[in-house]
Design a protein around this ligand. Structure first.
Ligand SMILES: *Cc1c(COP(=O)(O)O)cnc(C)c1O
Length: 417
């Protein structure tokens, strides 16, 4: 790979400045690894846990023990981790339909949820397709304050108005495709305490995508009732080839398991075939892999900031998810950035990404992904909806070394190299 001397020098300078941040990332990774290893030891993980089942999948030890380990690592009472969950959106859909009933309201308190949920909720799409709205579930929203925090006064007012119809208070931890700050676990914990005090019947549900293992605790350890995520992001550690999870209180997870399969059957069925091993291995790797992605994100922030782009978070800012945004200011800039990342990927480095109308998204989206697993965004990937201010959302990197190379390649591409 040809990297210019200018970018090599800039990268060397970046790594000197980033050393203390990298040390802190290593500390978090160590603490999270310790928690994962403790759970593995406590549950006596053995080769037999990797055996798959077929058919109904009754008494699948590997699956049942993984659920228990997952719950423990997430600081939750219960969890379901399944390859039958096809994506993060599917996992979230299970969570929403599992908990909400006709007449209930889903109150989103961190602004608009992720793009793909709009059609699930019924904010867009064809009436009659089976959205929450079609089933008589209402939606309401409280935006974050100007400085990116929960608007407690408005949340309290809405909860009081809704009374026992306020079944779900929904929080997206990560910024997703929005130009806002990502919420920290302690902030979400404060919100959960507040909601449980003023509206004891409400479930606090967190879209945890991209947040897992960035901090030393997950939202369920500080009071959230349910967290939901994808296994081809952080918690799959780059090993899981598909899947999703839900973790939370016993009741919340039970309700979701009834939606995942059938009422009454829940999580006791579901053949695992050969997936168990990659899920265990993925969880084992997840703290480390997340750390690799975080280091790559810090490096990207430093380099693109030095090249004159607005970046969020800043290179020296503590992170709460693995997403790095680079505001390119133009459709051409966004596309050049994505082409650079693609060229620096281990797979499909020779292809050129183009914007396309992705199902579930309202604007054309351009994606750079040279991943071993299709769509995996714990692997190096960049994407962004083609709409102002043309923000490239960059995330992942299975190893810091490969992430670093791709960032250097992207920097050269943007410079017109
Ligand atoms: C990725 C993501 C989702 C959706 O996950 P998919 O696997 O793409 O369906 C939802 N919310 C957030 C915040 C995400 O980052």
């Amino acid at each position: 790979m040809h990297i210019s001397d200018k970018i090599k020098t800039l990268t060397a300078e970046a790594e000197i400045s980033l050393a203390p941040y990298f040390a802190e990332i290593d500390r978090v990774s160590f603490e999270n690894t310790e928690r994962v290893m403790d759970a593995f030891r406590e549950h006596r993980v053995a080769m037999t846990n990797f055996d798959g089942t077929s058919g109904y999948g009754y008494d699948d030890r590997g699956r049942d023990v993984l659920d228990e380990i997952w719950a423990e690592v997430m600081g939750a009472e219960s969890a379901i981790v399944r390859h039958q969950i096809v994506s993060g959106t599917h996992a979230l859909t299970i969570g929403l339909f599992g908990i909400l009933r006709p007449g209930d309201t889903m109150l989103s308190v961190a602004g608009k949820p992720y793009d793909t949920l709009e059609e699930v909720i019924g904010l867009c799409g064809t009436p009659g397709n089976g959205s929450l709205r079609d089933f008589g579930v209402n939606y309401d929203q409280v935006d974050l304050t100007e400085d990116g925090h929960f608007d407690y006064a408005t949340i309290e007012k809405k909860l009081a108005e809704l009374g026992d119809k306020a079944k779900m208070v929904f929080v997206q931890r990560s910024k997703g495709y929005l130009n806002r700050k990502t919420l920290s676990v302690p902030e979400i914990g404060e919100l959960a305490d507040f909601v449980h005090r003023v509206s004891p019947g409400s479930f606090v549900v967190v879209d945890n995508c991209y947040g897992e293992f960035v901090e030393t605790m997950e939202p369920t350890a500080v009071g959230a009732d349910l967290i939901i995520g994808s296994l081809i992001k952080n918690p799959g550690g780059g090993m899981a080839e598909t899947g999703g999870y839900l973790a939370g209180t016993k009741r919340a997870v039970e309700l979701c398991s009834y939606r995942l399969t059938s009422v009454g059957v829940g999580g006791e069925v579901g053949a695992t075939f050969g997936h168990n091993k990659s899920f265990y291995k993925g969880l084992f790797y997840a703290p480390h892999t997340t750390a690799q992605a975080l280091k790559t994100a810090h490096l990207a922030a430093y380099i693109f900031n030095a090249l004159g782009y607005a970046v969020e978070p800043a290179w020296n800012e503590v992170r709460h998810d693995i997403i790095q945004s680079v505001i390119t200011g133009s459709a051409e800039g966004l596309c050049a950035f994505c082409r650079g990342i693609q060229a620096g990927s281990p797979v499909d480095s020779h292809v050129t990404p183009e914007p396309w109308a992705m199902p579930g998204y309202n604007d054309p989206v351009i994606m750079a992904a040279g991943a071993f697993t299709q769509g995996s965004s714990i692997e190096l990937s960049a994407d962004g909806p083609v709409r102002p201010p043309y923000t490239a959302f960059f995330q992942g990197g299975l190893t810091y070394e490969s992430g670093k190379l791709a960032i250097m390649a992207a920097a050269d591409a943007v410079l017109g190299g």
